[in-house]
Design a protein around this ligand. Structure first.
Ligand code: HEC
Length: 192
């Protein structure tokens, strides 16, 4: 009896994992076209999970009441689908179809009751990475090293600015190469 319960639980666990993975494959119908062009996901602030924030220090912020040199000039807010987190916590890997979006916000700094505080203002753009375990687009220069790579500017959200990920993205991600090119230390929710 006990063995049967364990087997059933294991099967359920397996099925949930499979379902999560399959739901991520909708990325390849919803956000990636047949040539490998990536679209910017909509409503990720509301519908996706928050991974982490990076604060870009201001060299010289002169907001009123705040000492020069304090605060952040920009904030990077990173989102992904919930299933990406579930899969990563189970396997330590990014699932096929996982999408990671880094939103770039300008920031302003002011004195608040908590101290000297920076908060996000307008959006400048979004960096998007789409996990591809299949090598789907070998001749598309936005795809390779296990990901699709694109930057979108707020002035032109329907077409990526990026032409070639090797020239425009990869060099800067080399320090994170051993973690599948992702700067994991900014994302405590992925700690296993
Ligand atoms: C100037 C160096 C630099 C360039 C160029 C660059 N990145 Fe990054 N990227 C980083 C760093 C560093 C982080 C994490 C810290 C931060 O955001 O400041 C990051 C984070 C990201 C993240 C969040 C996930 C992660 O790895 O932590 C995505 C998505 C991303 N970059 C995509 C891209 C894409 C797509 C391109 C090319 C269009 C690109 N990046 C070009 C340095 C760079």
């Amino acid at each position: 009896m006990y063995a049967r319960i364990v087997a059933a639980a294991a099967l359920m666990h397996f099925c949930t994992a499979m379902l999560a993975d399959e739901s991520l494959l909708s990325t390849y119908t919803d956000l990636v076209d047949e040539s490998g062009n990536i679209s910017l996901p909509e409503n990720m602030r509301r519908d996706w999970a928050f991974l982490g924030t990076w604060s870009i220090a201001a060299k010289d912020v002169k907001a009123s009441g705040v000492a020069s040199g304090h605060g952040a000039a920009g904030l990077h807010i990173v989102y992904t689908q919930r299933e990406t987190i579930d899969h990563f916590l189970k396997t330590g890997k990014f699932a096929d179809g996982a999408v990671i979006v880094k939103e770039l916000l300008k920031a302003t700094t002011s004195s608040m009751t908590t101290g000297t505080v920076s908060s996000g203002t307008e959006v400048e753009g979004w960096f998007v990475m789409v996990k591809d375990t299949q090598g789907r687009f070998p001749s598309n220069p936005l795809w390779g090293d296990g990901w699709g790579w694109s930057l979108f500017s707020v002035d032109q959200i329907d077409k990526a600015v990026t032409k070639n990920y090797k020239r425009e993205c990869l060099g800067c991600h080399i320090p994170a190469r051993k973690d599948d090119w992702i700067y994991l230390n900014g994302y405590p929710v992925l700690e296993r």
